[in-house]
Design a protein around this ligand. Structure first.
Ligand code: SF4
Length: 602
């Protein structure tokens, strides 16, 4: 079997020397880290000094398929980009769907490890085992859509898949994204800036091999049973296909944790103007879009009355330019989302950084002359979000400062407290005062402010797998640990986190075993997740990111001023000792040597 699931092949491309090498990853390592986020994090820790400058040539950029990516397992189209992140200085891992990862796996590659820096813009062309580094001078400066179209034509196969950066990545915007299939983003943590720092514009890939498994009948049976579960589940079988992730706008607003005007409020009075239902009722939604092998299809195929077409917005993106900037104009919000895809920007950090600038401006912390005749940065201004997005991507005027992310931006004006960030990454669309487990998850996330490292909104607000009181602190530390560990497994298997609304840890274990014959118990699978979580934290510790950074902005010590959870504030500091203890760390949040040894990390 030339492309069997257990033969994990890495392509090592050194852009400084032009050397291209094929490597087979040790099977024991695959069993310990699966693939994707886990395996790539292990390689990064082994191969770079965590204290390096993320935008130096010493950093490595790893495109990593999950263990099951490219198979018929439901949602198995995910890949990760792992590197040291320029926004946070932490380990960065950013996940994307679409079809790029599956195509790369069909070309025989589980990992592409990119080293060094090209002396001029290049792209990597992969046609099964034929790999070349090619000149990309003519693509430099182009947006992601133009780049994709030009590359597909040059490659001569419109079934090839492209992952690339736009102007934002070229200019090293600290929250630049890598965009694949024109609308899917490895968005968070600034992985696009690392790609830009290497003068790497794109990867284009076409694969022709099937992925073989040892016992096809058992594998297909497991797949069928999980597809059935996903189809019958009310969230994955109905809510997400019908309204996309924007099914959440009204739910989260009514629950009182829908961050509004840079997290100053927990409800947005114009939610019905911008929610998932509005996208349908206004006639903008044309169809659903699904990633590779996905029976859910949460993607939105949208056409605006202005004639502009594209995918999205997803819940987080729509919120970042909507409620968080106080904007009720769904057309502007959707256009801002399209622009992020074309310019190669992370929607959450872009919208939230503009929201922070709006609060700064309204409080008088930014002098008007700094706007250089641009629109005033007032909450509710559609004009401002569109204008400053472009300025950020091209680092022009105030955009150059905004391109550093909200923490560095607010700090440069002497007001870092206005930045709603954890470890310098902007927080997503849930006010942590409204869900205590989620607050702890934000504070302890290894890649900075993030909702998809242990989505506690699921039990605390949505009641999945069981309803927890969002304001209770008892038992939450243990829940957060399990959610974080299971998420690391899902990411490393190459599956979409949204499948976890329907599937359990036992289901993922069954799928992994059916594909690989590993014969793991669910506890052993969760141990893999724990190993990955600890390895990431160990990397951060070596990078100088200390437990003192397990904290939220001080705003969340103040009570929520409105909504269903008015008066609540974040109790994560009370939960930290219990969380550290549940993880087997010291009282100060340091991983002891015995724990590293137990998990076979160091
Ligand atoms: S649920 Fe949505 S994001 Fe996840 S794989 Fe399916 S279409 Fe892609």
């Amino acid at each position: 079997m030339s492309n069997d699931i257990l033969t994990v092949k890495a392509l090592r491309v050194n852009l400084s020397t032009g050397q291209i090498k094929e490597e087979i990853i040790d099977g024991e390592l695959v069993k310990k880290y699966l693939g994707g986020r886990g395996l790539a994090s292990k390689i990064l820790l082994d191969e770079i000094d965590p204290s390096i400058d993320p935008l130096s040539q010493e950093n490595k950029l790893i495109f990593a398929n999950g263990l099951l990516t490219g198979t018929a397992v439901p949602t198995a189209g995910r890949y990760m980009v792992v590197t040291k992140g320029p926004l946070t200085g932490t380990i960065a891992s950013s996940n994307s769907g679409g079809f790029f990862g599956a195509e790369l796996r069909k070309a025989g590659w589980s990992l592409v490890i990119i080293e060094g820096k090209a002396d001029k813009p290049v792209y990597i062309s992969i046609r099964d085992s034929k790999v070349e580094i090619k000149d990309a001078t003519h693509l430099w400066g182009k947006d992601t859509h133009k780049t994709t179209d030009m590359l597909l034509e040059e490659f001569g196969d419109d079934k090839a898949r492209v992952a690339c950066i736009g102007p934002a990545g070229e200019r090293l915007v600290k929250f630049a994204a890598i965009i694949n299939d024109k609308a899917r983003a490895a968005g968070r943590t600034g992985v696009g800036a690392v790609m830009g720092s290497k003068n790497l514009k794109a990867i284009v890939v076409r694969g022709s091999e099937r992925i073989e498994v040892l016992d096809k009948a058992t594998f297909m049976e497991a797949i069928k049973s999980k597809v059935d579960i996903i189809r019958k589940n009310p969230i994955t079988g109905e809510g997400l296909p019908k309204l996309g992730t924007k099914v959440l706008d009204s739910i989260i607003n009514q629950s009182g944790l829908y961050p509004t005007k840079n997290f100053q409020f927990g409800t947005f009075e114009y939610t019905e103007e911008v929610n998932g239902e509005a996208l349908v009722n206004k006639g903008y939604l044309k169809d659903n879009k699904a990633c590779y092998a996905c029976p859910i299809g949460c993607g939105r195929d949208v056409e605006l009355p202005t004639g502009k077409k594209g995918e999205g917005p997803e819940y987080e993106s729509g919120w970042a330019f909507g409620a968080d900037c106080g904007v009720k104009d769904l057309i502007a919000v959707t256009e801002a989302n399209f622009m992020c895809n074309e310019l190669g920007l992370d929607t959450i950090s872009a919208g939230t950084t503009i929201a922070a600038a709006m609060e700064m401006y309204e409080k008088g912390y930014i002098p008007k002359e700094d706007l250089e005749n641009g629109p005033e940065l007032n909450f509710g201004s559609s004009e401002a979000i569109i204008y400053y997005l472009k300025k950020i991507a091209y680092r022009e005027g105030l955009g150059d400062k905004l391109a550093e992310g909200s923490y560095r931006f607010c700090e440069s004006y002497g007001h870092p407290e206005i930045s709603m960030t954890v470890k310098r990454q902007e927080l997503p669309a849930y006010d942590p005062r409204g869900a205590q487990g989620h607050a702890l998850e934000y504070a302890t996330s290894n890649r900075g402010g993030c909702h998809v490292r242990g989505y506690m909104i699921s039990p605390e607000i949505l009641g999945v797998p069981q309803k927890l009181d969002p304001q209770t602190v008892e038992g939450k530390a243990g829940w957060v640990k399990i959610f974080q560990d299971l998420t690391a497994v899902i990411d490393s298997a190459g599956l979409c986190l949204f499948s976890s609304f329907a599937l359990s840890a036992d289901d993922y274990t069954e799928l992994i075993n059916a594909g690989t014959g590993f014969g793991l118990s669910t506890d052993e699978v969760l141990k893999i997740g724990e190993r990955i979580w600890n390895l990431e934290r160990y990397f951060n510790y070596k990078a100088g990111i200390l437990p003192s950074e397990d904290r939220l902005p001080d705003r969340f010590k103040e009570p929520l001023p409105d909504g269903a959870q008015k008066g609540s504030f974040a109790h994560y500091e009370e939960l930290l000792p219990e969380y550290y203890s549940a993880r087997g760390w010291s009282r100060d949040g340091i991983i002891p040597q015995e724990k590293l040894k137990e998990l076979e990390i160091a």
